[in-house]
Design a protein around this ligand. Structure first.
Ligand code: PEP
Ligand code: MN
Length: 485
């Protein structure tokens, strides 16, 4: 693959990193139920350093590199091992058709975008979608943000050229800046610490919102009234009315709404920068096992899932539930080998396959993959990412996706699983709670003329608030009719 940038680590660098990690190993006191201070020390966690690795920044010789890694290593974990274990159980239920995963957020979070308003509207939209999906699926919906760590982006080219000037490509705020200047595009390891700090602030707000009363089922549902007030959404009136009645019925029966004021919410991101992931990997004080405490759920992207490369090796050694993106060229043997490597013990909830085939391909390509995996006896969680196989360029030059293509892939995903008797276990979407114009279409349609004013994404186009809710209503309707069959 021409875009794969292979970097092999030098012995000198490895010795340095190991020394940094040993320093922060001193004076460790196990914290009950959490993790031992400092990065985990099992040498196997560094086996990836001797393997080919794609999509990494070129910053190992940078004067701030060692201090940044060392600082990350001394910071507290962002998530706790116990929470990660709970998520694994929830995902195991989804793999058995007893729960449904909703995973959503920006393609690339930005440091500037980590404001209270933007974070709350994204969490709010995910909660709104989840209520609608819970009703349609009649099963628990696992709520997960592509949030609090989604700062690194794989790129198809190392460079970008504008008007004859070539600079390093933007790789996400954790690596370099978006502005097209040599200073901004230089890879800066101090950004690793800034990403940690921004993730920590984001997660703090998410925890406050979802535990402090904001997630009350009744208010979350009442927010949907704004969406329903738009005549463009009249097709969803019946479903919205049914949810209303269901909540009133629960209220009348004396349901414990105090308990429904809080909800679980998990954080996830693509584990792309192994410098970051390794430094935040800690030993769980209860079990002695390594957990990557940068997020609850981590996934391996389509560009870095090579079996013998660094990403698969590193993630095979941490206890978090792991996702792998699978594109249209995935062979069943690839999937089976990934299962063997990432989930050798066939542990329920450990492995999620996030398929991103494209609406054109899904009905043709997915069946063989699902059939072979199922025949092998493995039980993975199948999730659809209907975004990444449906990216096009608009006539006026923006990277976009058509809402209809996105929905067509979702429908194809359900059709394939229905025909095979397997479980369509979740939805992975790039979305925001704001009124941006990045994806075309929807019932209250976004047109390309709106892009000049309302396109904000620094990477891939996201569904806006209304398009996200519309998707939830459509998927909910599909889940409801499956349940009735
Ligand atoms: C992404 O999720 O933003 C992404 C780059 O996806 P993929 O690895 O599927 O291309
Ligand atoms: Mn993306």
């Amino acid at each position: 693959m021409c875009y794969v940038q292979l970097l092999h680590s030098s012995r000198c660098f490895d010795a340095l990193t190991r020394r940094i990690f040993r320093v922060s190993e001193e004076n460790r006191t196990p914290l009950p139920g959490s993790s031992v201070a400092g990065p985990a020390t099992d040498p196997q966690l560094d086996a990836w350093r001797d393997l080919p690795i794609a999509q990494q920044p070129t910053w190992r010789e940078h004067p701030d590199y060692s201090a940044s890694i060392s600082e990350l290593g001394s910071r507290p974990p962002l998530v706790f091992a116990g929470e990660v274990d709970i998520l694994r159980e929830r995902l195991a239920a989804a793999a058995q058709g007893k729960a449904f995963l909703l995973q959503g957020g920006d393609c690339a979070e930005t440091f500037d975008g980590a404001t209270a308003d933007k974070i709350s509207s994204r969490v709010k939209t995910i909660l709104q979608m989840a209520v609608v999906l819970t009703y349609g699926a009649s099963m628990p919906v696992i709520k997960m943000g592509r949030m609090a760590g989604q700062f690194a982006k794989p790129r198809s080219s190392n460079d970008e050229t504008r008007d004859g000037v070539t600079l390093p490509a933007f790789r996400g705020d954790i690596v370099n800046g978006y502005d097209f200047t040599p200073e901004s595009r230089a890879h800066d390891p101090k950004r690793l610490v800034q990403a940690y700090n921004t993730s920590s602030a984001t997660l703090n707000l998410i925890r406050a919102f979802t535990q402090g009363g904001f997630a009350d089922l009744r208010s979350v549902h009442s927010w949907n009234a704004g969406f329903m007030a738009n005549p463009a959404h009249s097709a969803y009136e019946q479903l919205a009315g049914e949810i209303d009645s269901a909540i009133r019925f629960m209220d009348a029966c004396g349901a414990d709404f105090e308990a429904l004021k809080r909800t679980e919410f998990f954080a996830s991101h693509e584990a792309l920068l192994l410098d970051y992931e390794r430094a935040l990997t800690r030993t769980d004080s209860r079990t002695g096992q390594p957990y990557d405490t940068s997020g609850h759920f981590l996934w391996i992207g389509e560009r870095t899932r090579q079996l013998d490369h660094a990403h698969v090796d590193f993630l095979s050694r941490v206890r978090n539930p792991i996702g792998v993106k699978l594109g249209p060229n995935t062979k069943p043997e690839d999937a089976l080998e990934l299962i063997e490597k990432l989930d050798p013990n066939r542990e329920p909830g450990r492995l999620t396959f996030i398929t991103r085939m494209g609406a054109q391909n899904i009905r043709e390509k997915l069946p063989n993959l699902v059939e072979k995996v199922t025949a092998s006896g493995a039980q993975v969680l199948w999730v659809t990412d209907p975004m990444h196989g449906n990216t096009v360029t608009s006539e006026n030059g923006y990277k976009t996706r058509k809402f209809d293509d996105v929905m067509d892939e979702v429908r194809g995903f359900f059709e394939v699983h229905d025909s095979l008797g397997t479980f369509p276990g979740g939805l992975h979407v790039e979305m925001t709670g704001d009124d941006v114009a990045e994806c075309l279409g929807g019932a209250d349609p976004i047109r390309q003329e709106q892009f000049d004013d309302l396109y904000e994404s620094v990477c891939d186009p996201r569904l806006n608030h209304k398009q996200s809710l519309e998707m939830a209503f459509l998927v909910s309707g599909a889940l409801q009719s499956r349940g009735r069959r």
